[in-house]
Design a protein around this ligand. Structure first.
Ligand code: DC
Length: 221
């Protein structure tokens, strides 16, 4: 039996994870949040007080790190060295650490291998930065989401406030997004790029529900 992949790439806050979850629910296939894996690597560095830009130290860290992904009741759990870190990887500071370590080739190689291994023998929708360009260049459908940085910061702030964050400002979230945009698009190893065969969707002024309908209409075709 032939299995297929759906790739959803784009910058942070463009709506990837909500849309990927929606597609997975609608089609009854697995959803893999690949950003969560880089977040676990970033968290590991922070926990061990390792400079997230020190390639040599991160390489050493990657020799012993253990990341596992499980799915329970439709939600993904990320385990770092045997501990469920699904909540910790969303803490402020982890985003930037994840972006830093994700620029290091040995981190990318390990995570790409893990993503391909988890996807084996399944139909799967993955969201990330390099799914259509590197992880699954032959994915059946490739989407590239974009949205204005201010709108993405507004959405991220709302999400953080809903989860109880009180001491974070719009400017801080916007700065974090702009830092990551720059780093994720300019790194040498698998930078965030729209591949030629990806369908680009600008989500700045359309709702998630409308975007999901658009995505599903392409998938049905
Ligand atoms: O999607 P996210 O915001 O949770 O991702 C966190 C960081 O991980 C992001 O700034 C870049 C990196 N990342 C990546 O390099 N490749 C992926 N496929 C997914 C995420």
């Amino acid at each position: 039996m032939e299995y297929y992949q759906i790739a959803i790439d784009g910058p942070s806050g463009s709506g990837k994870s909500t849309l990927a979850k929606g597609v997975a629910n609608k089609l009854g296939i697995l959803y893999l949040d690949t950003g969560a894996m880089y977040r676990a690597c970033g968290l590991c560095a922070l926990n061990n007080k390792i400079d997230t830009k020190d390639e040599e130290k991160i390489r050493k860290m990657m020799e012993t790190i253990r990341i596992d992904i499980t799915h329970e009741d439709g939600s993904q759990h990320v385990w770092l060295d045997g501990k469920d870190v699904s909540t910790d990887i969303r803490l402020p500071g982890v985003s930037v650490a994840a972006s830093d370590v994700s620029a290091i080739p040995c981190v990318r190689e390990a995570m790409v291998d893990l993503q391909r291994k988890i996807s084996e023998g399944k139909n799967v929708v993955l969201d990330g930065r390099d799914i259509g360009s590197k992880v699954f260049p032959n994915a059946k459908y490739k989407f590239f989401l974009v949205a204005a940085a201010e709108e993405r910061a507004r959405r991220r702030l709302l999400e953080m406030k809903e989860k109880g964050a009180t001491d974070i400002t719009f400017e801080e979230v916007l700065r974090d997004i702009q830092y990551r945009d720059h780093q994720d698009t300019t790194r040498a190893s698998s930078p965030l790029v729209k591949v030629e065969d990806a369908i680009e969707i600008d989500t700045t002024s359309i709702s998630i529900e409308e975007t999901l309908d658009t995505l599903l209409s392409y998938i049905k075709e």
